[in-house]
Design a protein around this ligand. Structure first.
Ligand SMILES: [Zn+2]
Length: 258
């Protein structure tokens, strides 16, 4: 199922958009010795292995119009590029507030674009996507974005979980209300978490110190992202599912997978 109008502005016609920008795909091609493999998880328990006819980061989605793609989206890509170039190589950086905002905005945009790989079960709710379009940054309330560093055994990993969590006794919401999206690009791990529900907040998730997870959204004065601790592949897989565990330990409602 493909979108017929731009997921941000509603405009037409749609253009094809690569999942990753050109420079990053070239960076990935340096590691051509890797097995091209990308896993999509939809509910934290099932992993979907997709067969790719091309390296996954060459894949395109058709979900945005040329005006968005060449306009504000391109500005976000350009702003994020110098930061990403260091982080995908695990060089580490001091991330000041503005850099955190730039990186978080890029990650949130990617979460929206990756959703178009499976538009029938989108994770980012309409209201959050529209906030990005209108304000060119992630929602300041209800979205938490974190970064970590990975041993890069897979060239890229993408896992998404969306839950239609509602209040007890009320009908199931029509769209996802709580979501987790984890993406890796070489060594960089980006995790976008969001919630439309006041009852579900994902601040101060107790990740083990050795994960060296840094929160970049909401932004803070400074994050010292050294990138010295690498998540192993197995830990990464656990990390993509960590929030289910967090949710399970919080309160009574049982999360219902999509
Ligand atoms: Zn558009």
């Amino acid at each position: 199922m493909a979108s017929k109008a731009c997921i941000f502005c509603g405009g037409t016609p749609l253009t094809r958009e690569h999942l990753w920008p050109d420079w990053l795909r070239r960076e990935l091609e340096i590691k051509a010795g890797f097995d091209w493999r990308m896993q999509q998880e939809s509910d934290g328990t099932t992993t979907r292995d997709q067969a790719w006819t091309a390296p996954p980061f060459n894949q395109q989605v058709k979900a945005v119009c040329a005006r968005c793609n060449n306009g504000w989206m391109s500005e976000i890509e350009s702003a994020a590029k110098p930061i990403l170039q260091a982080l995908v190589r695990a060089e580490g950086r001091q991330l000041h507030r503005r850099m955190q905002r730039t990186l978080a905005t890029w990650a949130f945009l990617k979460a929206c674009i990756f959703d178009e790989l499976h538009p029938a079960e989108r994770t980012v709710p309409e209201a959050h996507r529209q906030f990005l379009y209108e304000h060119k940054e992630p929602p300041p309330d209800g979205v938490w974005i974190r970064v970590a560093t990975y041993e890069a055994r897979d060239i890229g990993h993408y896992a998404y979980q969306g839950i239609r969590l509602g209040k007890r006794g009320e009908p199931e919401p029509a769209e996802v209300t709580v979501y987790f999206v984890t993406m890796t690009a070489v060594a960089l791990v980006l995790q976008v978490t969001g919630s439309l529900l006041d009852e579900w907040r994902f601040k101060d998730v107790p990740y083990p110190d050795e994960f060296a997870v840094a929160e970049i959204w909401p932004s803070s004065a400074r994050v010292d992202f050294k990138q010295r601790n690498l998540l192993t592949h197995e830990t990464l897989i656990g990390f993509t599912k960590a929030l289910y565990n967090v949710m399970g330990s919080l309160t009574a409602p049982v999360p219902r997978p999509l």
